[in-house]
Design a binder for this molecule. Structure first.
Ligand code: SF4
Length: 389
């Protein structure tokens, strides 16, 4: 970040990085967009637009959190997401990554907001304390509530990254001493894309931000503001341990034989059946199996407001959609609206036709002198004859 966040306010829009080769850049963006489920055409469109110089201005605010979402973003290694975003978005303000501090940092924020008013993307990490009018947190003399409202006012898009910013996360766990809430609670009436996760998968952020910057649209969101491309299905639906669940093979204790053999973790409290997320298909830091279930720990439901930090870690949860969803082909599909009478009549006609064909074939065979024409015994008679002999 220090490479991009300049101490001098006037140079906050400049990036002093060497250009990436066209081929490698396209490859990186195509990999990233494919990883989040966008089509190759959309990926190419985005890559070319970014290459043409479309660099969305991003202002990143931190409230109550552990900075895990930023850490996750920066640790992505293949493709090098940190390099990608530092070279292709204009990350104009990020408190934990910028070199500036104090008054200088506040000037950077003001400058970035002024220069890109109505066009910048506001990314928020962390929950916002609301008790005692938000006095639990102050930045530059302002409460988190005031700061969020002020910066969001001129933003083209607000993205809440991580579970804390989406709905409160860890700081909102009982007894929620600071009255922590997510961004949508503070910015009621303003569209907020929520990307929950503890941490959130950085590719989801990348896909959402680039689609908005290049196409001016947001991915389709669910009723909780989550992009459906990433949160449309439960972990359980595409879990690599699902075959064990279906076959009734479970780990019952950490370290038991079932656990060692990679059996289903449901009995250990896995919340995968009720958790909408794509961790099972988009692992962290591009390391194979770098996600809870991949490492032998039950999913704890971090993308769900009513599960993570609400239901105890090792308690079991309800199973959503235990039967195939409506979108699947039916097991016993209705074959049409033919009445019983019509079915019976059709049966009679078919029977008559078959009977007629049989008698005709028998007659013709006789005419042609076929050795056993018309004399082939039915299977039962054949068996009786075999017994006698
Ligand atoms: S219960 Fe958990 S571990 Fe088992 S198949 Fe479902 S998501 Fe995977």
């Amino acid at each position: 970040m220090n490479r991009t966040m300049q101490h001098d306010v006037s140079s906050t829009q400049e990036l002093l990085l060497p250009p990436v080769g066209r081929r490698s850049f396209l490859k990186v963006v195509l990999q990233a967009t494919a990883a989040i489920g966008l089509s190759a055409t959309a990926g190419r469109q985005i890559a070319e637009a970014v290459e043409r110089g479309v660099r969305p201005s991003v202002i990143w605010l931190h409230f109550q959190e552990c900075t895990g979402c930023s850490e996750s973003l920066l640790r992505t290694s293949h493709p090098d997401i940190a390099e990608l975003i530092l070279e292709n978005i204009s990350l104009d303000y990020h408190e934990t990554l910028m070199a500036a501090a104090g008054v200088q940092a506040e000037e950077v924020l003001k400058q970035a907001m002024k220069a890109n008013a109505g066009r910048y993307i506001l990314v928020v990490e962390g929950s916002i304390p609301t008790k005692i009018d938000g006095q639990y947190m102050k930045i530059a003399g302002k409460t988190g509530i005031a700061m969020l409202k002020e910066v969001a006012e001129s933003a083209a898009l607000v993205v809440a990254i991580g579970s804390c910013a989406s709905w409160g996360g860890i700081p909102s766990a009982d007894p929620n001493p600071t009255g922590a809430v997510g961004v949508p609670e503070i910015l009621k009436g303003k569209k907020v894309a929520t990307l929950p996760g503890c941490p959130a998968n950085p590719y989801i952020l990348l896909g959402t931000v680039f689609q908005f910057a290049v196409m001016g649209t947001l991915p389709e969101l669910d009723e909780k503001g989550r992009p459906k491309f990433a949160y449309g299905r439960t972990i359980h639906e595409h879990c690599p341990r699902r075959a064990h669940f279906d076959a009734g093979r479970f780990a019952s204790k950490f370290g038991d034989q079932g656990h060692r053999l990679g059996y289903c973790l449901y009995k250990l409290g896995c919340k995968g059946p009720s958790t909408h997320a794509n961790c099972s298909v988009s692992h962290f830091c591009e390391v194979v199996d770098a996600w809870p279930i991949g490492l032998g720990h039950p999913c704890f439901g971090c993308t769900e407001k009513d599960i993570a930090f609400r239901i105890p870690l090792f308690n079991t949860t309800n199973i959503d959609r235990p039967t195939p969803p409506d979108t699947y082909p039916e097991v016993n599909p209705v074959q049409g609206d033919i009445s019983a009478w019509a079915t019976g009549a059709a049966g009679l006609v078919a029977g008559a036709l078959l009977g007629g064909s049989y008698m005709t074939a028998k007659y013709l065979n006789k005419q042609e002198g076929t050795p056993d024409a018309g004399n082939t015994p039915p299977p039962d008679a054949e068996r009786k004859q075999e017994k006698k002999s």
